[in-house]
Write a protein that binds this ligand. Sequence first.
Ligand SMILES: O=C(O)CCC(=O)C(=O)O
Ligand SMILES: [Fe+2]
Length: 296
Amino acid sequence: MANRPKPDVAPDITELGLEPYVLDIELQGYAVVPPEVTGVTDAEIDRLTQLLLDKSEELVGCRFSVADGPECELDYGNYGGTLELFSQAKPSQFQLMQLCTFDRAFRDLAVNPVATALTRHMIGSAARFSSHNCFVKWAGDGYGESLGLHCDQMGVPLPWGRVALNANCTWCLTEYTHANGAFACVPGSHLRSRPPTMPGAVKEAIPVECPRGSLIAFHGQLWHGAYPRTTPGLRVTIANYFRHASIQPQDDIPNHFPRALADDCSDPDLFKELAGFGNPYQSQVLPVPKAVRAAS
Ligand SMILES: O=C(O)CCC(=O)C(=O)O
Ligand SMILES: [Fe+2]
């Protein structure tokens, strides 16, 4: 039909067949994208997981396995956690940070075409990296009764508009079930333009259950958290966190990320753009006029 209106999405959304996920993001505030669509293979998920388990062992000092969890009891001392503080829950996870400095596999994931197309749908062409983190979680209190419900955009003052100022690409390296400690969210809450109201939000929350390798892409205004893990073993997650260029990054990637590493990935140009390297005004970027003196 000659006059059929064009859908209001970028060409890469159409080319990658992502319209159903865009619709989910628009209506529910999140989309669960299966590995067949993201193109991330089973072997790649295995390798990412093993790298993270090895790094965990290096930092914590005991072995970790997806099936059995940490080999030892873990002691956090007086550390109370982050989202755990909402309910005074005892932390049963830790985060590994700056993943893109560890190995090329994490940089390739950071520029995954499906994840970045969905992120740009939410934030626009001003999308930039904020931080790249891993969550390693075992059986325990999780975030407690509050489920740690929050919005990733909560640092931005109200009123919030419809453009996401943060977006999150959560890669589930292990299967997500309610009992395994799945992501929790209130579908459609990104349309309420405000942070969660407690404790009512907990009753509205649902577990997002999905197979290993899935991507959960979600809007910075979605009310979300996670359920405690009640089964043995580990939930291993990569959270690639994006921001609008007007928002401060969690990790100062523009100034501190080693630039040579950015060239070593599947899409260096995209990595550098999302990293936000080369901000102007950090040197005398604009010329100054020259004084012209009359010859004496
Ligand atoms: O523990 C989780 O799954 C949620 C973590 C979270 O809030 C986030 O990645 O923004
Ligand atoms: Fe979050």
